[in-house]
Write a protein that binds this ligand. Structure first.
Ligand SMILES: [Fe+2]
Length: 516
């Protein structure tokens, strides 16, 4: 992955105690917007930075009383701490030698005396609120790490870190387990619905984590294959995980042909789990539909015997695989690989069937909802829309905020920027008050003006996004690329101050100071 353009890393830690603001931030907003992304500190020893080997950096924007403060901090993983102490990269991977798309960092770690027994975790995909703290999580990169919501100091691993299951590589240190980057949560009970995945049976293990640190786990014994289990849906009664033939293979990564595969002849299968009884039998439904792919889920509604699963729908995963690219071909960023449009899979629980449809012609991704409504019926979807890229056929460029009524199908849009050197990133919803109705509140959208080395957050009143932002929070430097993040509302009861005891992140990660 070439860290230029939108991927240009921040490469420094900053604190802006009071950001410059155009317009007015509503004074009823009180919370933090946390985003995570790969931000180069030390490249792999091979000199290469890849999607999954790059250190995670969390950007936190705390809003209170009409003012905003900004911080960004690297996640102090054992890898980061060891390399910072050494003043240089210590880790190398079998698949970090190539200067092309195959260098993903999904292969084995080539151990040396400085990394023996040290977790390779990079925690660089998402940041989400749980049990009063911010959790940073990667893809195939260990348990999440816990960060202080105000200082972004890395506190360490949660006590339940070592009770998670393994990823594609066996663990070598405390917390060196696996958690997929898009867990869901129930805002009333505080339960976190998480899982880990790997490329051999049992392919997926579910973990329901309570705010007090207790946890229930279950292996999906009947899973058909080793899918990239990136995201899920949560409804009133079900946790639904799709098995799509976007495959992950450590062995393939070690061979230097990329760790991902796309085998559309395999059927899509849905694991439908009773979320109130993790031990209940899992219902498996195989979808008799054309090859397609959903990467990020909007949300889902149960209607009678049907479950409506909503998400942007691709014709193939937006990642290069050996089926489409040759070794030596350059890395192509995600939305340049394939475009997506809002789609729906309608599951008929009685008939055991799945129907697929495209709901809208507009290209879109990065779907979000009012996250107090995870696991509940929902009406409002917030998505970043785009248009066909002029620079590459079959690619999309994201530029527009869309608010969609998922019941009526009506939507309203606001084009945020038509500048191709601006990246409109994933939005988040902020409730107007802690107990406001679904969708009553604000939307916050990060915009990276990477060519100008500037960043900003635009805040919209969700009641009418067509009026444009009501406030723009400026950053006097570029903000790098962050794929995902979430809003943590400090007004919610019991949202701050977890009692979960933690193990220091650097546990077992002592690396000697080495020269040169
Ligand atoms: Fe994602």
């Amino acid at each position: 992955m070439e860290q230029r353009g939108v991927f240009w890393p921040m490469a420094f830690e900053a604190t802006v105690t009071e950001c410059a603001v155009r317009g007015e931030i509503p004074r009823d907003i009180f919370g933090g917007f946390y985003r995570n992304g790969p931000t180069q500190k030390f490249p792999a020893r091979q000199g290469n930075e890849t999607v999954f080997t790059t250190d995670g950096m969390v950007q936190g924007l705390v809003i209170e009383n009409g003012k905003a403060s900004f911080r960004n901090r690297w996640v102090r993983t054992p890898k980061f701490c060891a390399e910072e102490k050494a003043g240089q990269a210590l880790f190398e991977w079998t698949d970090c030698n190539a200067q092309d798309w195959t260098a993903l960092g999904l292969g084995d770690i080539i151990r040396n005396r400085y990394t023996e027994g040290v977790s390779h975790s990079t925690a660089m995909v998402n940041a989400f609120p749980f049990a009063g703290d911010v959790y940073a999580v990667g893809e195939q990169s260990g348990a999440p790490l816990v960060l202080d919501p105000f200082t972004l100091e890395t506190k360490g691993y949660p006590v339940w870190a070592d009770r998670l299951s393994d990823g594609i590589r066996p663990g070598v240190a405390f917390g060196d387990r696996n958690m997929a980057p898009h867990p869901k949560w129930d805002s009333e009970t505080g339960v976190l619905y998480a899982w880990g995945y790997r490329d051999e049976p049992p392919y997926v293990t579910l973990h329901w984590v309570n705010p007090d640190g207790s946890m229930q786990s279950k292996e999906l014994d009947e899973a058909p294959y080793g899918t990239v289990a990136h995201d899920c849906w949560l409804t009133e009664n079900y946790f639904i995980l799709p098995f799509q033939p976007f495959l992950i293979s450590r062995e393939q990564a070690n061979k230097g042909i990329g760790g991902y595969g796309w085998e559309p002849e395999l059927p899509i299968s849905l694991a439908i789990v009773n979320r109130h009884d993790i031990d209940a039998p899992v219902r498996w439904i195989t979808a008799d539909i054309e090859p397609q792919y959903m990467m990020h889920m909007l949300s889902a509604n149960e209607v009678g015997d049907q479950i409506l699963l909503d998400a942007p729908l691709f014709q193939r995963p937006p990642f290069q695989t050996i089926e489409m690219s040759q070794p030596g071909d350059p890395f192509i960023p995600f939305f340049q690989v394939a475009p997506s449009k809002l789609g729906r899979w309608t599951v008929d629980l009685k008939a055991g069937t799945v129907r697929s449809e495209v709901l809208d012609d507009v290209m879109c991704e990065l779907p979000k909802i009012d996250e107090r409504f995870f696991g509940k019926p929902y009406q409002w979807g917030f998505i970043i829309g785009g248009q066909a890229s002029s620079s590459r056929p079959g690619a999309m460029r994201m530029d527009t905020l869309i608010k969609r009524d998922m019941r009526s199908g009506a939507d309203v849009r606001h084009q945020i920027s038509d500048n191709r050197h601006h990246a409109v990133l994933e939005p988040a919803f902020i409730p107007r008050t802690a107990d406001a109705a679904e969708g009553d509140g604000y939307l916050i959208v990060p915009i990276s003006k990477f060519a100008e080395h500037l960043g900003e957050y635009q805040i919209f009143d969700a009641a009418d996004i067509t009026q444009g932002p009501i406030a723009t929070i400026e950053l006097p430097f570029h903000m790098g690329w962050t794929p995902h993040g979430h809003w943590m509302d400090f007004r919610s009861v019991n949202s701050i101050g977890s009692s979960v005891v933690r193990i220091p992140a650097h546990h077992g990660a002592e690396a000697p100071w080495i020269a040169g």
